[in-house]
Design a protein around this ligand. Structure first.
Ligand code: HEM
Length: 499
């Protein structure tokens, strides 16, 4: 009897798997795929985040294709670094939903700008876009300066060391910056090692990663009973509690000011500077203000999307400069032209505009090391591309890291060469080949902010320290986590800068 039950369950399971598999396979069978095993599909090829990029690169090469088909359990994924296909996907006004992996972010971010779709995404995107106007970004330069100054002080203790990992310094600085700009509050992540908020942000990054890696954790029915889920709940209690309390305090302050007849800037809080939060509190959709929950979703989204991404970009830029002395020298000369030998003068918005060569360095770094190496779209309704139906429910992986290192678009792609982005060499005619910030309607809303922050932070470091390669030579071991992570750290050495 037991045997029969087990047999029925197994046959039923395999039957369901086959029906699901076939519903996708019959449409996309002409897309090349690595060898498939029943049920598990290609799961054995992708077991750790550190293997994803090397496995994908070797599969694209072996199958001599720019688009791949991958099956893992019940899931079918098409992975692409094909220019035309990317143009089709990223420029689409209708293929705007995110892949299934983004659901692991829902508990923390709810349906904020990154994770929502449909009408909610459209109205919120329209409402939030003016928040990134350059006039507002200009106000944030002070924050980049003051938090960068703390980082410079912290780095002092590494002077003379043959090798150290710069990532922890930069990531705490980026966290301080995003808290101050998004919420107008100071969590002091760089000075207070015990900052609970900072710890919980870090915990969430790890938890989301671990959840993504283990297929068992993908199913909420199982996940909710795991230790990891308990850790997530504990972290979210702190994170949501903090954001909620900042929102309600700020709302009360704004209401008090609105009632008061003598409205001064100081009345609306300790800080004169506007934070993203203030704009969200004042924004309305068809005359209706956002609810506290909607505001929290957006603020938390900025916290998540706006700190590790930028930190990774800053770290890899420092790494590239350390390992390419001629590029570093040219970037430093540019800074000397702007600031002379005055290391204390604060950088202004205008100074950042003048750092043209540094901007080329940053862009080339994001080509070789895109902070978000892979992202995805979900097909909500069957759609036809190139005579092939992309069936509803299928995820399409966008391989930014792959296309940006493809010799068809970037000759000699492994070479770090900022000249590629010199105005005479880069005319932006292939906008879907360089996509560190994605492209089209769902591109990164924070890209101008990110470039400014990266230039402000890197220039601050360069004005104080000469960057050197680590000894022994450090080779980055890259892993496709929620950001492009060097699992062995981003190691460099520093000396006091000489003028
Ligand atoms: C070097 C730094 C950054 C990189 C490389 C980067 C990259 C990206 C990419 C690739 C996407 C598209 C993701 C997808 O399609 O799933 C994205 C979306 C987004 N980014 Fe960034 N980002 C950076 C910094 C920032 C910053 C500083 C903020 C906020 C202050 C931010 C806020 C967002 C938001 C809200 C979205 C979702 C936009 C939408 O779907 O409408 N990002 N980013």
């Amino acid at each position: 009897m037991l045997m029969e039950v087990v047999l029925t369950l197994v046959v039923g399971f395999v039957g369901v798997w086959f029906v699901v598999f076939w519903s996708y396979y019959r449409h996309i069978k002409r897309v090349p795929s690595p060898r498939l095993w029943p049920i598990i599909g290609n799961a054995m090829e992708f077991t750790t985040t550190s293997e994803v990029l090397t496995v994908l690169d070797s599969l694209y090469k072996k199958l001599n294709t720019k688009t791949l088909r991958i099956h893992i359990g019940f899931r079918t994924l098409v992975q692409t670094k094909d220019y035309k296909f990317l143009e089709f996907l990223l420029s689409s006004q209708s293929i705007i939903s995110k892949g299934i992996g983004y659901s692991f972010l829902h508990e923390w971010l709810g349906l904020g700008l990154l994770t929502s779709d449909g009408q909610k995404w459209r109205t919120h995107r329209k409402m939030i876009t003016p928040t990134f106007h350059f006039k507002i970004l200009e106000e944030f330069i002070d924050v980049f300066n003051s938090k960068g100054k703390i980082m410079i002080e912290k780095l002092q203790k590494e002077v003379g060391n043959k090798s150290f990992d710069v990532f922890p310094y930069v990531t705490l600085c980026a966290l301080d910056i995003i808290c101050e700009t998004a919420m107008g509050t100071c969590v002091n992540a760089q000075n207070e090692e015990s900052s609970l908020y900072a710890k919980c942000v870090k915990d969430m990054g790890r938890i989301i990663q671990q959840r993504g890696l283990n297929p068992i954790y993908h199913y909420k029915v199982i996940y909710q009973f795991t230790k990891l889920c308990q850790e997530e709940k504990a972290a979210l209690k702190v994170l949501h509690g903090y954001t909620n309390s900042v929102i309600s305090k700020r709302r009360a302050q704004l209401e008090a000011v609105a009632k008061s007849t003598q409205k001064t800037e100081d009345d609306i809080g300790q800080k004169k500077r506007t934070a993203f939060l203030d704009m969200l509190l004042q924004a309305t959709i068809n005359g209706v203000p956002l609810t506290d929950k909607e505001i929290r979703e957006e603020v938390d989204t900025f916290m998540f999307e706006g700190h590790d991404t930028t930190a990774a970009g800053i770290c890899y830029t420092l790494f590239n400069l350390a390992n390419h002395p001629e590029v570093q020298q040219r970037a430093f000369e540019e800074l000397k032209d702007i600031f002379g030998d005055d290391t204390e003068r604060e950088c202004s918005y205008q100074d950042l505009q003048e750092m043209k060569y540094l901007e080329m360095v940053v862009k080339e770094t994001l080509r070789l090391y895109p902070s978000v190496p892979l992202y995805a779209r979900m097909i909500k309704d069957d759609v036809t591309y190139n005579g092939m139906v992309l069936p509803k429910g299928m995820t399409i992986g966008i391989y930014a890291y792959g296309i940006q290192r493809d010799p068809d678009y970037f000759p000699n792609p492994e070479k770090f060469d900022p000249e590629r982005f010199a105005p005479e060499n880069y005319d932006g005619r292939q906008p879907y080949a360089y996509i560190p910030f994605s492209a089209g309607p769902r591109n990164c809303i924070g890209q101008k902010f990110a470039i400014l922050e990266m230039k402000a932070s890197v220039s601050k470091v360069l004005r104080h320290y000469k960057l050197k390669p680590a000894t022994p030579t450090h080779h980055l071991q890259l892993a496709a986590e929620s950001i492009l992570k060097a699992v062995n750290g981003v190691k460099i050495a520093i000396e006091k800068q000489t003028y």
